[in-house]
Design a protein around this ligand. Sequence first.
Ligand code: TA6
Length: 316
Amino acid sequence: MKTTKLNDKTMIDIDELDEKYSIEGEVGFAELEEDLAFVTVSNIHADADICLYGAHVTNFRPQNSMEILWLSPESSFEVGKPIRGGIPVCFPWFGPLKTDPEKPQHGFGRLMYWDVAKTASLPGGETVVKLQLCSSAETKAYWPFDFCAEMTIVVGQTLTETLKVTNTSDETFEYTCALHSYFNLSAIDNITIEGLQGTTYYNQLTIENGVQEEELLQINEPTTRHYLNTETPVVIADSVFRRRIKVEKSGSKVTTVWNPGEEICAQIGDLPDDGYLAFVCVEATNAFNDVICLAPGESHETSTIIGLEEKDPYLG
Ligand code: TA6
């Protein structure tokens, strides 16, 4: 029996997961990256790895294509620390918890093992992986509410990730969240981001609002912008990788764009000093003026859909 350490009390049985949820030639379970348990998906459309710790997609590579997501070569893969890169799930709060800044930044969703609820193969060849994190004594040490969070990941030509949160308690609660995707770039200088022109953003670094006048956003300085009241798709056009990554979303009215720039990057332990050159984060966020409030029994879904734009103008 092969097991992976979850925390002091619990172990994950990889063989048992394999028996219950693997799909021959398509879905498997493995300990990758030190001791963490992953779901590995490979189908006619794409390959993806999903770490059960954090319900964290670390790789997504459509067939005949390069990796879409960026994973830090210096990421820790250790219970208690978040994975750097891929798609961290920030839940049930985004950024620091205002009422208690001692609690972990971006919540505990990325710091806990999620259960496997289902795997399935769709008629079109896509693969569905459903993970679940419901309230427990462990989550209540951070946050007092009863909830059930379900992460549905569909690996196809696009990667669709949906976080559905249900209030299973008898009181109303609020939460914030983000699907904090890191995208793999040839270099930050080679990209433009389309889809945000005319949108008001909260600049977290200057603590003021601005409106993006330019049609194309270029990142040439540290950037933490939360674009407000926007649900439009964003395209990251990379002139050297010659590809356009399309990031669509639903259930989120804030789009966050983050790149730390050189100085801050050098201070972040799990990023290489020049790591800021290799990625940009474009995130489906619910925070700021888009806090989610759920009455007992209510649910909310936040989705991000990531893929390559079919028509690639770089390729003619
Ligand atoms: O989404 C942007 C942001 O909140 C930034 O402020 C920056 O700190 C980033 O996320 C990374 O946060 P992390 O806790 O993963 O280092």
